[in-house]
Design a protein around this ligand. Sequence first.
Ligand code: ZN
Length: 419
Amino acid sequence: MTGVWQCQGVTTTSAVGAVRQGSLRELNLAVVLGRIAAAARPPSRADLATDTGLTRATVSAVVDDLIGGRLVCESAPAPRSGAGRPARGLVLADHGPAGLGLEINVDYLAACVVDLAGTVRHHVVHRADLRPVSPADAVARLAALAADAHAAADREGLVLAGATLAVPGLVDAHGLVRLAPNLGWRDVDVPGLLADRLRIDPVPGVPPLVVDNEANLAALGELHAGPPGAPSFLHISGEVGIGAGIVLNGSLFRGARGWSGEIGHVPVRPDGRPCRCGGRGCLERYAGQEAILTAAGLTGTDLPADTATTTLAGLAADGDQAALTALHDAGTALGVAVSAVVNLLDLDTVVLGGGYATLAPWLCPAILTELSRRVLTARWAEVTVRPAALGPRSAAVGGAGSVVRAVIARPVGWLARSG
Ligand SMILES: [Zn+2]
């Protein structure tokens, strides 16, 4: 790889040469920033030169650009044995671009700010039953949370480079929410309602607002929170509705039209309870938040999401038999649906996110029992079931993370804006 990204040798003064030089600078910036972002320890300029094959002079020029653009800063010198000055390490800046993550769900709104290093710098969850609220009113409430997040970012010296909104429904390529059954939304133009209220200055290469399915964003958050590699897993978000994000070999599998992962409407009892989608016996009717709360003797609509799951977890921890039975039955229904997915896709890990992250200790045993019964390969290829690393409410954090990853992938866009 020696010298592959270097500008040296591009001596032509033609228009093509100028484009090439621009492209090489762009590539060098992306390569060096990507190495700093992925490094286990803050690398020095010399480390980066060795790692990338670029000359030290090129690395220094690139690093100076990144520092000037508030993408990178120098950490305290690392202790070094032997002669010479200790080298300074380079880390992602904590006072530059950041991502805004937003979520509209059935019974809460959320907003968060995530910096370049993936640290959550601001996170607010506002509990409210949004089913009786019009889409325009729900978006207006969200815009108020976004404005607070914007102010929080300003106070921290961060600049919002883009926003991602998570919704519990089917979203098309233009951000139109085609269907969110538990909210009662059909064909809602969320970008049209929200984009102008976010006050985000455009950054070349970073969409100012992306709307995506909440389960997909939570799965992406989990993917990037984990160790490097190409894992294959199923991330299930358990709220009032149930959605899944499917990650195959390190990439989110969206399906032919981007609408994969509707595990909540996979039937676990074909002639079972009627569902809001028009079908019967859907997983959501047995393992959705309301179904679990009802089975446990609690009234779902009186308990906002956080309160509901923590109340249920508290009862289960105290040995409340109704809560334990409700969670066991929900885990069994989940295990039936998840077994079908594992048999089909050969996944080795199931991640429990959303409200399920809190309830995982009581859901996991029944899920594992069903997996061991129903997955053909279970005898010699164990499936791991674990709570989400990002915990509940991971969709907004995952969405904000996708903004900063877009900045890191193409730093020249941010530098053009800040310069
Ligand atoms: Zn259904």
